[in-house]
Design a protein around this ligand. Structure first.
Ligand code: NAD
Length: 496
C-alpha cells in the first residue's frame, strides 16, 4: 500500500516551514554550500539503495540510466551551484539615471520563502532533488509532492532527506491526485510543477487563487529535423540513443523525426538497427527500461496499432517468443498520418514516428503549425540551415547534431515555452527563479526629486525642458501657481 499524506495536514506542514523560514535570517553562502554538500553525500552514500528503489518502481530500470540520468545529473548540479552561488548571491550594481545622481542602485537576491515542488514519475530522483538543489541554493525551504507511481523512491527519499534536513526545512509529502490538488491550493511563495500540459493548466488555475507564482515544466512533441547534408546513419544512431534512453519516457525525448522523403525508409531502418545494436535482445535485458505501468503500456500498443491500421509501416525489434513484463519493443513507424494519436499526443515511449518532408522549409512549416515544443533537434553541418531553423522555430531548448544532452548542461537554463512550459531553472536560472530580485536605491546628498516640489515654477519648467527636450504644454498640466499661468507653451530656446 502506497503511503499517502492526509491532505488536511498540508496547511500545517506549510505553516511550520513558513514559521521556520521567518524565524531566522536568510542562510549565508556557507550554510547553503553545506546543504548542497549534504545532498551530494546523500547521493554518493546511497547510490545502491536509490538504484534499487527506482528499479522497484519501474519493474525494470536500467541501472546506468539511473546512475547517469538521475544521480550524476543531480550531483553535477549540486557541484556547479555550490561553486557558483557566492558569485550569484553578490548584490549587482545597476546604473543610476542622471536626474537621480548622485545615488546608488543595486539588486539583492532574497530567498522567496517556501517553494512547493510537484514531480512526475519518469525521473523520480532528478525531478525532485534537481529542483531542490536550486531551491536550497537560493536559500529557501521546500515541500516536495512526488508522483504516486514511484512509491519506493518516494519512501527512500523521504527517509534520506529526513536524516539531513529537519521537516521544517525540507519535507516530502507522498500522495495521489487528491494530495496533489490540496498541495496546489496552498499559499506557497512559489510552486514548481513538472508534468503533463493538461495537469499544468489545472495547477496554474489552482495556484491563481492565492496568486502563487508558478514555474511549469511540461511536455509535448519535440521534433527532430534531418537536413539533406547530414549522414542518415549518424543521425539515426544519435536519435536512437536519445529515443530509447529510459525507453522514450523523457520529456525531451525526440518525439518524431522529419526526414527528407527519399531518405526516410533508410533512416527508419537505421534507427531500428541502432536499437538492435544497443539491445540485441530487448526482453529481460537489464539495460532496457520498462514502461512504468500496464496502463501506459497498453496506450503505446494502441497508438502503434492505430497508426498501422491507418496505413503506416511499423518496424519493430525482433519479438521474443513470449513476452512478459512491461518492456516495450523498440518501434519505428514510417509515415503515420498526422491525424492519428501517434502524431497528435506526446509519445512518451520507445516508438519513433518518421515523417517524410520535401525540404527544411517544409519541416519548419510542419513544426510551426504545432504547439511550441520543449526541445528541437537539428542534424546539419550547414551554418545557413542552422540559422534558418533557429530563426524559423521556437522551442524551450535546442540540441544541434545530438539529442537530450542540452538538459544536462548545468550552465544553460532549462524550461519550455507556451504549452511546453513557462519559466526556467537549472544553475543560475534556477537560483534567480527561486529568488526575489529586490531593487534597492540609495539617494545621495542632493535629491532632485525633493528639489522639484510644488509649487512648480521656473525651476521645474527648466528641469522638465532640460530632461525631456520639450516645454510644458500648459501651467495646468504642471500644476503651477496662478501667477505663472499663461506664460507656458514657450518653445525651447526661445530665450525665456
Ligand atoms: P502528470 O501531469 O500526470 O503528473 C505529474 C504530477 O502531478 C504527479 O505528481 C501527480 O500526482 C500530480 N498531479 C496529478 N493531477 C494533478 C492535479 N490535478 N493538480 C496538481 N497535480 C496533479 O505527469 P506524469 O505522467 O507523471 O509525467 C509525464 C509528463 O510530464 C509528460 O508530459 C512529460 O513530458 C512531462 N515531463 C516534463 C518534464 C519537464 O521538465 N519539462 C520532465 C519530466 C516529465
Amino acid at each position: 500500500m502506497t503511503p499517502s499524506t492526509d491532505p488536511l495536514t498540508l496547511p500545517h506542514l506549510l505553516a511550520r516551514q513558513q514559521a521556520a523560514f521567518r524565524s531566522s535570517p536568510p542562510p549565508t553562502a556557507g550554510q547553503r554550500r553545506s546543504y548542497l554538500r549534504c545532498l551530494e553525500k546523500l547521493l554518493q552514500a546511497n547510490q545502491g539503495q536509490i538504484v534499487a528503489a527506482v528499479q522497484a518502481d519501474f519493474g525494470q530500470r536500467s541501472r546506468m540510466e539511473t546512475l547517469l540520468g538521475e544521480i550524476l545529473t543531480v550531483l553535477a548540479a549540486c557541484r556547479y551551484s555550490r561553486r557558483s552561488l557566492e558569485h550569484w548571491m553578490r548584490p549587482q550594481r545597476r546604473p543610476v539615471g542622471m536626474v537621480f545622481q548622485p545615488a546608488l542602485n543595486w539588486v539583492e537576491y532574497q530567498p522567496l520563502g517556501v517553494v512547493g515542488v510537484i514531480a512526475p514519475w519518469n525521473y523520480p530522483v532528478l525531478l525532485t532533488l534537481g529542483p531542490l538543489v536550486d531551491i536550497l541554493a537560493a536559500g529557501n525551504h521546500c515541500l516536495i509532492k512526488p508522483s504516486e507511481l514511484t512509491p519506493h523512491t518516494n519512501e527512500l527519499l523521504d527517509k534520506l532527506l529526513g536524516e539531513i534536513f529537519p521537516p521544517d526545512h525540507v519535507g516530502v509529502v507522498p500522495g495521489g491526485v487528491e494530495v496533489a490538488r490540496a498541495f496546489c491550493a496552498l499559499p506557497f511563495d512559489h510552486l514548481l510543477f513538472t508534468g503533463s500540459t493538461a495537469r499544468g493548466r489545472e495547477v496554474m488555475h489552482c495556484a491563481a487563487t492565492n496568486l502563487v507564482p508558478v514555474t511549469l515544466e511540461l511536455g509535448g512533441k519535440s521534433p527532430v529535423i534531418l537536413a539533406e547534408d547530414f549522414s542518415v546513419a549518424q543521425a539515426a544512431r544519435s536519435v536512437g540513443a536519445g529515443k530509447f534512453f529510459n525507453a522514450g519516457q523523457s520529456c525531451v525525448s525526440p518525439d518524431y523525426a522529419l526526414v527528407p522523403t527519399d531518405r526516410a525508409p533508410e533512416f527508419t531502418q537505421d534507427v531500428l538497427r541502432t536499437a538492435e545494436r544497443m539491445f540485441p535482445s530487448w526482453e529481460g535485458n537489464p539495460d532496457y527500461t520498462a514502461i512504468i505501468s500496464s496502463t501506459h503500456y497498453t496506450r503505446l500498443q494502441e497508438l502503434v496499432a492505430e497508426a498501422e491500421q491507418a496505413g503506416a509501416q511499423v518496424l519493430q525489434h525482433r519479438q521474443p517468443k513470449s513476452t512478459s513484463g512491461r518492456q516495450f519493443p523498440p518501434t519505428v513507424v514510417l509515415n503515420p498520418p498526422t491525424t492519428c494519436r501517434l502524431m497528435q499526443e506526446e509519445v512518451f515511449g520507445p516508438v519513433l514516428p518518421v515523417v517524410g518532408t520535401s525540404s527544411v522549409a517544409q519541416a519548419l512549416a510542419f513544426v510551426g503549425a504545432r504547439p511550441r515544443p520543449l526541445a528541437l533537434y537539428l542534424y546539419t553541418h550547414s551554418q545557413a540551415t542552422r540559422r534558418q531553423v533557429l530563426q524559423g522555430t521556437t522551442s524551450g531548448g535546442v540540441a544541434l547534431n545530438s539529442t537530450m544532452v542540452q538538459v544536462s548542461q548545468v550552465a544553460l537554463p532549462f524550461g519550455g515555452v507556451g504549452p511546453s512550459g513557462m519559466g526556467a531553472y537549472h544553475g543560475r536560472a534556477g537560483f534567480e527563479r527561486f529568488s526575489h530580485p529586490r531593487a534597492i536605491h540609495q539617494s545621495g546628498p542632493v535629491k532632485g526629486f525633493e528639489i522639484l516640489q510644488p509649487p512648480h515654477g521656473r525651476l521645474s519648467r527648466w528641469a522638465l525642458r532640460w530632461l525631456t527636450g520639450f516645454s510644458p504644454v500648459s501651467s495646468h498640466h504642471l500644476g503651477s501657481s496662478g501667477a505663472e499661468s499663461g506664460r507656458q507653451n514657450t518653445p525651447r530656446g526661445s530665450g525665456e
